[in-house]
Design a binder for this molecule. Sequence first.
Ligand code: AMP
Length: 199
Amino acid sequence: MNLVLIGPPGSGKGTQASRVAQACAVPHISTGDILRRAVAGGSMLGDAVRDSMSRGELVSDEIITDLVAERLADLHATTGFVLDGFPRTIEQAYALDVLMEERGHLAVVELNVPDEELVRRLASRRTAEGRADDDEEVVRERLAVYHRSTLPVIEFYRMRRTLLSVNGDLPPEQVTERITLAVDPVFDKYFDRIAGPIE
Ligand code: AMP
């Protein structure tokens, strides 16, 4: 189970990634969480990413790719994972291709949530969690960055026919169920192909 979860800020991607990882007993790798911890801990990595994060901009492809490479290297090649927040640019998607060599199939799920619902959710998260990058202006920048840099990543996987689109505008339990269902047939197909074509 190698899964990438892609979704705009406020789509519930973090919550869903954590639930699916738990259900499938695989590690949840959230680049946003790793960076937030680094910032809070005042490490060198934290110092390097603090400013871009607080502006809602992406941190450099190099920093983030090294970070993901390090996490994946810690996992045995057959241990699956749920990646949350990576890849976010085409360059990162290419880097992930290299990291996936000899790691089997990659499933990519996109969470779809209408913009007005995202804005509503982010406003309530700002009140509930006090996340600095949930400030209104920063949220607008994060949504713009998503459209500019991450939508091309979705198109990249759509063209490869690895993309699964899931409606994220539903109660969280239903979204988890749909992701799990969406991912299952992908692996069935994959194993059929290994066993020999069924057509
Ligand atoms: P997230 O929690 O996934 O929304 O990430 C929070 C912030 O961390 C983003 O707004 C970026 O500044 C940074 N970040 C997380 N993942 C990446 C990534 N793959 N590439 C660049 N920046 C990232």
